[in-house]
Each structure stands twice: as structure tokens, then as C-alpha cells.
Design a protein around this ligand. Structure first.
Ligand code: NDP
Length: 274
């Protein structure tokens, strides 16, 4: 019988994870089955327990269960403990191991797929929700020259910055407080693009050779990417590469083997809009 994996979310039908992991398994000759599982909003832990009882070996976790997954774990990776959220679970002998591969996925997409080093760069991280929290430590590990977190609610950005201050200096503020500064890498980790909203960013935040990266994917050019293009940003990217790379990192956690991602990413980009 093939090893059983799943992604838990609510909603989950739109998830590309079954497609991605099935492609990874086929390309690496691994025998596994990967399903999308809708967990009731008040029944995540029960759904996971049933999955483990049925022989489940591991799972991904998506909105809105990443924090609940974090609390369910009996052991955490350091990066998951830092993130306060888990997107990858591995089950073995009664243990629930939790990891967070989102930040590693983002960093790999930027540095490897896009070929843009983060070392020595000035980074502006927009947003202070779960996605932002998950990527801060991996971004700091690249030793940028500066990291500033800007959020609609500036106090949430300040709390987040102080939670990582032991790793490196992290600044914070409102969007308006970035006035007069420019950045080499701007990462949109807000949910604004989901509702088609643009961010009130001062003119000049996009340095001419900068990368504007929207974690959102599947919607074509987002308001953030249009804003960046209008201000002359040299590189624009959506979050599809991050999605594929966080999945590759999860596959590595489960199977001890990192799958190649380039062909799959190209196929997904060429395919119909998500
Ligand atoms: P959360 O709900 O945890 O956080 C939402 C954040 O967006 C908060 O900082 C909130 O600000 C801000 N926000 C929401 N609406 C607006 C708006 N209209 N204007 C300005 N700021 C706004 O969401 P997540 O952190 O989980 O997800 C954020 C995004 O990242 C989503 O688009 C998600 O799809 C994407 N994502 C992509 C991944 C990938 O693999 N590519 C992985 C994970 C996430 P405030 O604090 O003021 O409310």
C-alpha cells in the first residue's frame, strides 16, 4: 500500500498541493498517495487523529489551521517554534512532529529560482499576519542589510519585530512610515491582494533594481505588482514559486529527498490560471 499524505484546510478544494506532491512522487519514483481533506472549522484535531489512525504518514496544513497545528505537535522544528505556526506534520510512533517550510520556500524561490541574493539587501516585509511571521527568521538567516516590517496596524508590526529582535535588528512601522526610504526587496505578505486592494505605499519605496514579490498567486498581476511596475521595479514575482518550494521542503522532511522543482513550476506557470 502506498504511503498516505494529505493537506488539511477549510476551504481546501482549490489547493494545488495534491497535484504538486503527486508530481514530486512520480518524478522521484516514490510510492505515495496525497489527498486534499476538508476539516471542519471546529474539528481539525479530530480530522488529524482519524487520518493518523488510518495510517497517514504526514500532512500539510493550510488556512485556517496552521496555529492549531502548532499547538497539536509533540515536537517542533526550530523554525516552526519561531513561526508559531506549522504547515507540515509528520506522524511516527505516536509523535506529531511539526515544521514550517513557508520561509524556506520563499527564500529558495528568491535566491535560487529568481537568482537574486538577499545577503546585504534592504528588505521591506509588508504585513504582520501568519505568512509574515513564518518568513522572518529564514529572511534574517540570509543576513540582509536591513529588515523593516510595515503593517496596516503598526502595533502588530512592532510586536512581530520585537519577537525576532534577538536574531538581528528588525525595524517596524506603518506603511506611511516607510516614506523617504527605498528597498531592494519588497515582499507583500498582506492579504490585501486577495480582495484586490492596493497598499498605501509612499512613492520611492521601490528602488529601481528592486524585486517586488507578492506571496499571492494565481490571480495574474496583483495591485501590488502593478504598483511596483508603475514605479519601475525591475523584478516582479508572484507566490507560485514559494508554494512549490515550500512543498519541496515538506517532501524533503517526509521522504528525505528534495525533489526538483523547475519543470513543475514551469508547467504550473504555463497552465490555466489557478
Ligand atoms: P493573515 O490573515 O494572517 O494576515 C493578514 C495580513 O494582511 C495582516 O497583516 C493584515 O493587516 C493585512 N491586510 C489584510 N487586508 C489588508 C488590506 N486591505 N490592506 C492592508 N493590509 C491588509 O493572512 P496570512 O498571513 O496567512 O496570508 C497573507 C497572504 O499570504 C495571503 O494572500 C496568502 O494567500 C499568502 N500566502 C502565500 C503562500 C505561498 O506559498 N505563496 C503561503 C502563505 C500565505 P492587519 O494586521 O492590519 O489586519
Amino acid at each position: 500500500m502506498s504511503d498516505l499524505y494529505a493537506v488539511f484546510g477549510n476551504p481546501v478544494a482549490h489547493s494545488k498541493s495534491p497535484l504538486i506532491h503527486t508530481a514530486f512522487a512520480a518524478a522521484s519514483g516514490q510510492d505515495l498517495t496525497y489527498q486534499a481533506r476538508l476539516a471542519p472549522l471546529d474539528g481539525f484535531s479530530r480530522a488529524v487523529a482519524e487520518f493518523v489512525a488510518a495510517g497517514g504518514k504526514g500532512a500539510n496544513v493550510t488556512v485556517p489551521f496552521k496555529e492549531e497545528a502548532f499547538r497539536l505537535c509533540t515536537r517542533l522544528s526550530e523554525r516552526a517554534a519561531r513561526a508559531g505556526a506549522v504547515n507540515t506534520l509528520a506522524f511516527s510512533g505516536g509523535e506529531i512532529f511539526g515544521d514550517n517550510t513557508d520561509g524556506a520556500g520563499l527564500v529558495r524561490d528568491i535566491t535560487d529560482n529568481l537568482g537574486l541574493p538577499l545577503h546585504g539587501k534592504r528588505i521591506l516585509l509588508l504585513g504582520a499576519g501568519g505568512a509574515a511571521r513564518g518568513v522572518i527568521a529564514p529572511l534574517l538567516a540570509e543576513k540582509p542589510a536591513a529588515l523593516l516590517i510595515a503593517n496596516r496596524s503598526a502595533e502588530k508590526a512592532a510586536l512581530l519585530a520585537s519577537a525576532f529582535a534577538d536574531l538581528a535588528p528588525v525595524e517596524s512601522g506603518s506603511f506611511g512610515e516607510t516614506e523617504g526610504q527605498s528597498f531592494d526587496v519588497l515582499i507583500n505578505a498582506t492579504a490585501a491582494s486577495l480582495s484586490g486592494a492596493s497598499l498605501p505605499l509612499p512613492a520611492g519605496v521601490f528602488a529601481p533594481a528592486c524585486l517586488a514579490y507578492d506571496m499571492m498567486y494565481g490571480q495574474g498581476d496583483t495591485p501590488f505588482l502593478r504598483q511596483a511596475a508603475a514605479q519601475g521595479a525591475a523584478h516582479l514575482a508572484d507566490g507560485l514559486g514559494m508554494l512549490v518550494e515550500q512543498a519541496a521542503e515538506a517532501f524533503l522532511v517526509w521522504r528525505g529527498q528534495r525533489p526538483a522543482t523547475a519543470n513543475l513550476l514551469a508547467e504550473l506557470r504555463a497552465g490555466p490560471a489557478a
